[in-house]
Write a protein that binds this ligand. Structure first.
Ligand code: ATP
Ligand code: MG
Length: 455
């Protein structure tokens, strides 16, 4: 029988009988790869048999309390919503070298220590390589329950899982695993989808925690992202600069918890170390007595994190003034500059303005607006602002300082780090429930803030 060919978009899985330059579904250029076409008949049959139950009344459905397995890595447990859920599938994505294998091995060890059986499928590295890493990461004796195999053939992997019957399986990584019955090459959308689908079903029916590692493409998404993200229960992204010490773990999707939480880790030669107090880390190298530096607070889920914002304003030597940001939205900076010019009369048209959020953190929280504006003003005037002061507030187009959410926990976090003063919107101050040591100053607009800080 002549095998049919089909072209599949490697980004979203869109299929077409002809090659296309641009995917009509996800608009990515040059993403089509020729694959053998396999009719989905067999799969449909399996699916039908999986959901053979008759409809029942929702109120009569019995809920078996799902077990949460604590990994003992607090930062991770929080991101997961309280631990790993039995029978769940977790996708861990991130840039090459960011520490995906390291974290997975640390989780494996934690679970093995707690008495669970773990099978680590290393498709990319040899067993010896992983052992070397384990020797570096795991100081005590490696436990008995931790199995490892270097294998990429899915049919064999399934056999191993059957034989060992583990509580958790780690697939490192999904892009190198292949199902022999699918003819396209490993890493292609068809392979990734097929393998992840089979593994997910296995996890659900046997109550195994399936931890799948996925590579991130140049564009920053997991190869075949849409297809994969639907199959799994939780999607975690490992972010951060490969050259910076710390890494941030973020849940992008979570069927068993909130997606707002982040976990902060530091990469050391003994593996990833939890950073229990990220604010202290991000403020640790704060210069003292220098203009253009302010401290504000972002909220990540339930956690306030203090961040340092730095600005530099210098005479433009080219015909046009440059604006550069790192960790802060470029358009938002444009808006703040316009408000500063209009409402405070700063002349910035011939000045280069650079804004940098220290430590590679990205801020989206509007509560940092006022701190950014004051960092720029401080740099412009070349005057040092307040010592140990926290600045909170959103800026409106009229130069007014608008209230922010959850001011109290942000102020408490600053108090923990020894801050003495907090500038915050008057509207927040009116009904603030805070009785601590920090002196609170309420402000209504930019002008008022400016005169308080530069008096
Ligand atoms: N001896 C060491 N001391 C300190 N850090 C190390 C050491 N060896 C490796 N690392 C860190 O571990 C990182 C590699 O981690 P890991 O192999 O877990 O990444 P990965 O995300 O699995 O990468 P890949 O995508 O290539 O599989 C390196 O970038 C480096 O920062
Ligand atoms: Mg790896």
């Amino acid at each position: 029988m002549k095998t049919k060919k089909i072209f599949t978009c490697q980004n979203c899985g869109y299929q077409s009988p002809r090659w296309l330059g641009r995917c009509p579904d996800c608009n990515i250029w040059n993403s089509f790869v020729e694959e053998d076409y396999s009719p989905p008949a067999k799969k449909t049959k399996e699916r039908v048999s999986l959901y053979k139950d008759e409809p029942v009344l929702l109120k009569e459905v019995e809920v078996k309390q799902r077990l949460r397995i604590k990994t003992d890595i607090e930062e991770l447990d929080r991101v997961l919503g309280g631990g790993l859920v039995e029978g769940s599938v977790i996708l861990l994505g991130g840039d090459p070298g960011i520490g995906k294998s390291t974290l997975s091995l640390q989780i494996s060890n934690s679970l093995a220590k707690a008495g669970y059986k773990v099978l680590y499928i290393s498709g990319e590295e040899s067993v010896a390589q992983t052992r070397l890493r384990a020797d570096r990461l795991i100081q005590e004796k490696i436990k008995d329950n931790l199995y490892i195999v270097s294998q990429t053939d899915l049919s064999l992997i399934l056999e191993y899982i059957k034989k060992i019957a583990p509580n958790m399986v780690i697939i490192d990584s999904i892009q190198v695993i292949f199902e022999p019955s699918v003819s396209s090459s490993p890493g292609s959308v068809s392979q990734v989808r097929e393998c992840a689908g089979i593994l997910a079903q296995l996890a659900k029916s046997n109550g195994i925690v399936m931890f799948i590692i996925g590579h991130v493409t140049k564009e920053g998404s997991i190869a075949g992202p849409k297809v994969l993200e639907h199959i799994v229960d939780t999607v975690l992204y490992f972010e951060g600069d490969r050259f910076a010490l710390y890494r941030i773990l973020r849940a992008v999707k979570n069927r068993f918890g909130s997606t707002n939480e982040i976990g902060v880790f530091e990469m050391t030669s003994f593996g990833l170390k939890e950073v229990k107090n990220p604010s202290a880390l991000f403020l640790s190298e704060r210069p003292k007595g220098i203009s253009g530096s302010t401290v504000s607070s972002i909220l990540e889920g339930t956690r306030p994190i203090l961040v340092e914002i730095q600005a530099l304003v210098s005479k433009s030597s080219f015909g046009y003034a440059r604006r550069r940001t790192q960790g802060f939205d470029y358009n938002r900076l444009g808006l703040i500059l316009a408000v500063l010019e209009k409402r405070l009369g700063l002349v910035l048209e011939n000045e280069d303005v650079f804004v940098n959020v220290v430590g590679g953190i990205k801020i989206e929280d509007p509560a940092c607006d006022l701190a950014v504006a004051m960092a720029i003003s401080s740099a412009y005037k070349d005057r040092f602002l307040i010592k140990d002061g926290l600045i909170l507030g959103e800026i409106g187009l009229g130069g007014e300082v608008r209230s922010i959410i959850q001011p109290t926990i942000r102020i408490k976090e600053a108090e923990k780090l020894g801050f003495k003063i907090a500038i915050l919107p008057k509207n927040n101050l009116r009904n603030l429930d805070y009785k601590g040591k920090i002196e609170l100053i309420g402000v209504d607009n930019l002008k008022e803030t400016f005169s308080i800080l530069f008096s």
